[in-house]
Design a protein around this ligand. Sequence first.
Ligand code: CAA
Length: 383
Amino acid sequence: MNIGIDKISFHVPNYYLDMTDLANARETDPNKFHIGLGQDQMAIIPETQDIVTLGASAAAKILTDEDKKNIDMVIVGTESSTDFSKSASVIIHELLEIQPFARSFEIKHACYGGTAALQQANDYVTLHPDRKVLVIAADIAKYGLNTGGEPTQGCGAVAMLVTKNPHLLAFNNDSVFYSEDVYDFWRPAGHDYPLVDGHMSNQVYIDSFTRIWEQNKKVNHTDSSDYAALTFHLPYTKMGRKALRAIFSEMSEEEQQRLEARYDEAVVYSRQVGNLYTGSLYLGLMSLLDNGDLAAGDRIGLFSYGSGAVSEFFSMTLMDDYKTYLSIEENQALLSSRQQLSIDEYEAMFNKKLPTDGETYTFSDYTAYAINKISGDIRYYNK
Ligand code: CAA
């Protein structure tokens, strides 16, 4: 019996900034962002939306009433939580009207949380094959205006329904893990934005990948030819490419070109969104499925990286007829219908924050699941 991803969807807010406009405003050559980082647009979120609205919006696209009766767990992987105690999962569980006898909780380790959630879902469904688990990877990547990390911001959520006999992808249960206590990117309590040593984080990412790749070859007796594509966590789309190229010396030129072509297909969406931390790897996976030259039975390698640092490499196999279950037009329309912001509008939206004085404020954002009121430090959402 296969366990895997039966359905997958993503959501981003309705606003974006063009990276040429950001480059011009910061007196930088636009090619540094478009070519040097591999980013064309960046998703921007208004203060009336958060990981709950992103996650609920992504999940609402794929869940049927039948799914909601059979979900036993709602797990949110995030590093953008707004509460140290209550999880976003329990709010999303309620907004989506999932049956009440379910577990709801959040998982954290930087950009790795979504993968931890997905693997936990795999374990649970393996033990309870008739039940389902909803996994959401949702984040808002913000470094601050005029900072080195600014061009690598972004936001969004990916929702995945894990079941037996999945329509899209089956787990191969071949995970390899790597942990190293390092301070490349972290956000201590009280800080609105992460502290980051950008160049060190690039290096730790690449070193983690090359180490885990060697371990994977040893443990799973595979080499690059066993994978139809390798997908990567994408803080910006050049990052995964640098890691992929770090193992090129062990491949023929033809093999390098094959994997780089699949890589290009996997970064189509992220080039238009930017970093969504925990969701980035899975937005890359969706981009590959929607835009890629793949076939049923193909094995896809996934490299998940969370600064600090925890990484995991695992593979999934494409199911027969998986193409029938994709929502390619809907995904493309979500990105192409967004409103472009000017630099002034972006900076104003960036600086707006929800009040924290405990008083009552109402908002008129009529997007599905947006925050419509805050009162006594409780967020109220459109349903
Ligand atoms: N034309 C074309 N390319 C240009 C260019 C131009 N005019 N000017 C510069 N470039 C290239 C550079 O050569 C460089 O390419 P390589 O990396 O291939 O050498 C690239 O553009 C970036 O240039 P810099 O290194 O000079 O850029 P920077 O000093 O502004 O830093 C950054 C870039 C470190 C990514 C910074 O934006 C940052 O700190 N971002 C946040 C941290 C991050 O995303 N880290 C990634 C790994 S950690 C992780 O993955 C977890 C996570 O999600 C955060």
